[in-house]
Design a protein around this ligand. Sequence first.
Ligand code: DDH
Length: 285
Amino acid sequence: YSKQQDETPAWKKVNYQNVYKDIADLLEDENYDDGSYGPVFVRLAWHASGTYDKKTRTGGSAGATIRHAPESEHGANAGLDVARRRLEPLKQKYRNISYGDLYTLAGVVGVQELGGPTVQWRPGRSDKQADACTPDGRLPDAAQGADHVRDIFYRMGFDDREIAALVGAHALGRCHTYRSGFDGPWNASPTVFTNFFYTELLENTWVPKKWDGPKQFVDKPTGAFMMLPADMAFKTDPRFRTYIELYARDQDTFFNDFSAAFAKLLELGVKFPEDAPTYRFKTLD
Ligand code: DDH
């Protein structure tokens, strides 16, 4: 008497191109923000991954601990429950996908479907329980400057060029007073992935916003666009500024560097199964 056992690991039973397509179908919603969940999906993928500490080898996207309290309730993660709730039906549909794979793949979809570069991605993260949550304070504080930004990203294992490339994601989306306390989009096309973070930062005159809220900057001519204090550090710090100038004049170099750095971010601390393939997903159109 022998019983046939299915020994295929869960991650191998998922068709990731289908998941990609289903996530892409969730992006558009004219009643949400600027009409797309893409920016908040990118932010979810980044905050799920950016907790990595290379010294202790803790954090990162592998366990998807961002979905558990207390990590889900860390100030930096305010509002990301919106993205997780939007994705939850796909976790139910594709029972074998891990949350870590789903959240990071949603970031790839956000970047690619909004017109950004192709981002290589691998499956095989396995979820962890709440006891693996990282301590508060591993993600950057927008009120601080270049030294703080370096401390946070060096801890993950990034260099100045990679940090400058990653922050270009601030072409997408906006700040929400009810999430971070800050307010407004960085440019006029927050649902298109461009190098506008760099061009706006360099070409505009940024003045302190006159309001009761936390210190932030607005563009002098219209007041419609914003920069965080931590964003301004990329303009004032000479080593960061070299890369900001490079990416402002050369969108292709920005796309290449962003793609590599974002793929690296999503893989920090993940031990992939040896046979996990690397995907380069096709965009929907
Ligand atoms: Fe960011 N970010 N981010 N960011 N981020 C915010 C929004 C978005 C910082 C602070 C904030 C990255 C780096 C930094 C995105 C992607 C990335 C908000 C506003 C704050 C505050 C949140 C809200 O109110 O809803 C700081 C500080 C840094 C830094 O010091 C470098 C990086 C590396 C990324 C990335 O994806 C690679 C995106 C996208 C958004 C827009 C979210 C949305 O809902 O729209």
